[in-house]
Design a protein around this ligand. Structure first.
Ligand code: ZN
Length: 507
């Protein structure tokens, strides 16, 4: 008999690491192919305990052993092989062609949804949005690292010839990335995939409606109902309400106890704090946020304009914005971006968004890499060494993409740090945060936290499920699967299928 199967290989009963295999007669497609940080951190740690080979990740279960519903292993992950010869410091990537064709669809570029895809053979199409490709791949160009991940991500051509970072070219990378666009359906084997943009704490985030032979399956990816693209989230669920959704694979990150706060509140609370800080002689306001949280970067830029501050960003933030501004995404990003590339249109967009504001006093980049410094200087930006913030002018806003180590850096006396990153920290990240707090207290820099979630609140989640009215609900990306049973099944009468890792669900 004809059947459709869904097998979760990650992202079940936990937040992140989404990998779901959907099989429909001749078609096989993965929804996301993310890294499970919790599993990773059980065995590995930066910088001393890194995985050296793909096998390290397979034996620890960080890369799941994946089979079809009839227990056939249909592909193998790529492995690294050291090149022969005493002098050779290079490596080769060993690839085996998959026994069966399959594809991957990526909802957005957070690593817990995309990072493990670099272990796939180069023939496998990995479908993602333009922004997802850009932001996922930029990190490999900035770091120029030599970890297992870096080696597998970059193409052999690059290893031999080297590369300039001025432009991000698809041929820099080993895998086969395919771009999809909002509302434009595409086929993966026999399944029709309709991508719908949603708001999340990263641009270019998508949910999907998949039309298999006899059933339709919707997948939310990660989403929220506020933010600059909230309109898109609403449209996606309205669209689903008009469809017969047989299976609704839905995230539930914010179940449990969570703060309710939206992006506007984050913006206004930071603005109030900074006004007081600078009015009382503050010199540097350092804000830590994810480099992919473009909307928040934009909001901080708006505050810097309104207050007439200097605006400095870390290398990864600089390069990602630089790539956005020098390509097609420039027109499509909703939030006004800082003009690190000279362009009168950007200033106009910013003036419309923040009336009466002027361009920031000056722009600067905090960088160590020579090529990056040259690129920044070419845009007439100031460059500052990452270990010496005292060279940054007074009255500056400084955006960093990660927690800085404090002890070996020079800071101006009158600095303030605002941590504006996710509150969904796992244990290891909590230790990092604790160390950071201790160091900041020792060095004498006051700290504040301001963040709003990238995910729907419980009330919004209830609304969404009421709107979509699916026949079956499959909870993912949550620590509280039980609530789907106790609330949605009991109160809303939706059948809930609780997924288990590695166990095929017959749809
Ligand atoms: Zn996410």
């Amino acid at each position: 008999m004809y059947k459709v199967f869904l097998t979760p290989y990650g992202g079940v009963n936990r937040i992140g690491g989404n990998i779901f295999l959907l099989e429909d007669s001749n078609s096989k497609v993965f929804l996301d192919f993310g890294l499970d940080f919790e599993k990773y951190r059980l065995y590995f740690d930066f910088p001393l305990n890194l995985p050296k080979t793909t096998s390290d990740l397979i034996i620890t279960g960080v890369l799941p052993k994946i089979c079809s519903h009839d227990e056939k292993q249909f592909f193998q992950y790529c492995e690294l092989e050291k090149r022969e010869g005493k002098r050779s410091r290079g490596w080769n990537v060993i690839e085996t062609s998959p026994d069966e064709e399959f594809s991957v669809i990526i909802s957005h570029a957070h690593l817990d949804h995309v990072a493990n895809s670099i272990f796939l053979p180069s023939s496998v199409p990995i479908w993602l949005s333009t922004f997802s490709r850009l932001s996922f791949l930029t990190r490999y160009l900035v770091k120029r690292g030599s970890t297992l991940y870096d080696k597998l991500a970059l193409s052999t051509k690059i290893k031999e010839k080297g590369y300039g970072i001025e432009k991000l070219e698809p041929e820099f990378f080993r895998n086969n990335y395919q771009i999809f666009r909002n509302n434009v359906p595409f086929k993966v084997q026999d399944i029709l995939v309709e991508p719908y943009a949603v708001d999340h704490s990263i641009p270019g985030a998508f949910g999907f409606l998949l039309r298999a032979k006899d059933s339709s399956i919707a997948y939310t990816g990660d989403f929220r109902m506020h933010g600059v693209a909230e309109f898109f989230s609403k449209k996606f669920f309205e669209k689903l309400s008009k469809e017969r959704v047989d299976y609704f694979i839905c995230e539930g990150t914010n179940l449990g106890l969570n703060q309710v706060r939206d992006e506007k509140e984050v913006e206004s609370s930071i603005e109030q704090v900074l006004k007081k800080f600078f009015d009382h002689g503050g010199e540097h306001a350092i804000i830590i946020l994810s480099q992919t949280n473009i909307d928040r970067i934009s909001k901080m830029y708006g505050i810097a304009r309104k207050m007439g501050l200097n605006f400095y960003v870390s290398d990864e933030i600089f390069l990602l914005i630089y790539y956005i501004l020098s390509g097609e995404l420039k027109e499509r990003i909703i939030s006004p971006l800082p003009a690190i590339v000279k362009d009168p249109v950007l200033d106009k967009k910013a003036r419309e968004c923040w009336p009466g504001s002027n361009e920031v006093k000056s722009y600067g980049v905090i960088a160590g890499d020579m090529e990056l410094i040259m690129l920044a200087e070419k845009q007439s930006l100031n460059c500052v060494n990452e270990n010496d913030f005292s060279k940054i002018p007074h009255k500056s806003m400084i955006l960093l993409h990660s927690l800085p180590s404090m002890l070996h850096r020079r800071f101006l006396k009158n600095s303030l740090i605002i941590v504006s990153t996710t509150e969904h920290e796992n244990e290891e990240a909590l230790y990092d945060l604790e160390r950071f707090i201790n160091q900041a207290m020792l060095v004498g820099i006051p700290l504040l936290r301001a963040h709003s979630s990238g995910h729907a609140s419980v009330i919004e989640l209830i609304e969404v499920i009421k709107t979509v009215k699916p026949r079956n609900l499959i909870p993912v990306h949550t620590q509280h699967q039980v609530f789907f049973k106790s609330y949605f099944e009991k109160l809303l009468n939706v059948n809930v299928i609780v997924p288990k890792e590695g166990q095929p669900i017959t749809l």
